[in-house]
Ligand binder design. Sequence first.
Ligand SMILES: Nc1ncnc2c1ncn2[C@@H]1O[C@H](COP(=O)(O)OP(=O)(O)OP(=O)(O)O)[C@@H](O)[C@H]1O
Length: 286
Amino acid sequence: MTLIVCESLVRIYQTGPVEVQALQGLDLVVEKGEMVAVVGASGSGKSTLLSILAGVDAPTAGRAQVEQWDLLGMSRADRVRYRRHTVGFVRQQTASNLIPYLTARQMVDLPMTAARTPAGVRKQRSGELLEALGVAAFADRKPGQLSGGQQMRVAIAVALANQPHVLLADEPTGELDTATSAEVFGALRDVNRDLGVTVVVVTHDPAVSGQVERTVAIRDGRTSSEVLRRTATADDGNTHVIAEEYAVMDRAGRIQVPRDYREALALTRRVRLALEPDHITIRPDA
Ligand SMILES: Nc1ncnc2c1ncn2[C@@H]1O[C@H](COP(=O)(O)OP(=O)(O)OP(=O)(O)O)[C@@H](O)[C@H]1O
């Protein structure tokens, strides 16, 4: 069951005469129930991708679909509905997710009030969510009375208030120390596993991306490679994690050969391709 499809996604920002191509034909498919980490250097387009998926920003060209929603051709009313019910979004700066004068419970309540959820349901659900994220004890505290990790967990609870099918998190552990970051990441995994929410998380943190089954790397506004991890059991009964890196091929059949491979064999403009029974070889031109 495919939940998110991005095909040849392009986002161009125009500031005066300057044009920045933040996304340059990005391809991404996410299945329902997956937890995917998106990694890439600063400026590679990760936040742009997440803002588009969150319905906050609109793509310039290409295709972006989440469930039945076409993110390029959505009306304003549909966009509001989409943002309210289909996706939950946790922004990069912890503080920007929270309202300083409201308590944790009031903040989780707010999106449900906007969606006209009956008071009884709101009360029960905010209690359950704060409990699920391990912050029930701080329900009556305001953001200033919470640690960074607790604030982030409250922000996740707020994002989940209207029971979205997708949770998008932009660098949720970026401002946290290692131990707190592991805790917050654990909370995201619980949300994915226990509530069945599909999670897409942008991160710089290799420790974070090392803990998900699938990591997608973005380079220059395109998906460049993916790492899939699975747990295998050896003959001695011990389990270990096997990580395999894949290149991503777009619809036109283009793949990017990693720089170290190109340099090792001095591959430049032209290469020889040969189809073998079960693989393809790439050789230097000479
Ligand atoms: N609103 C905007 N106006 C103009 N240019 C923008 C805007 N938002 C992003 N960009 C540019 O688009 C490119 C991609 O930015 P983006 O924030 O998506 O990258 P990122 O991978 O999330 O980076 P970081 O890890 O530093 O947050 C950058 O060159 C950035 O300067």
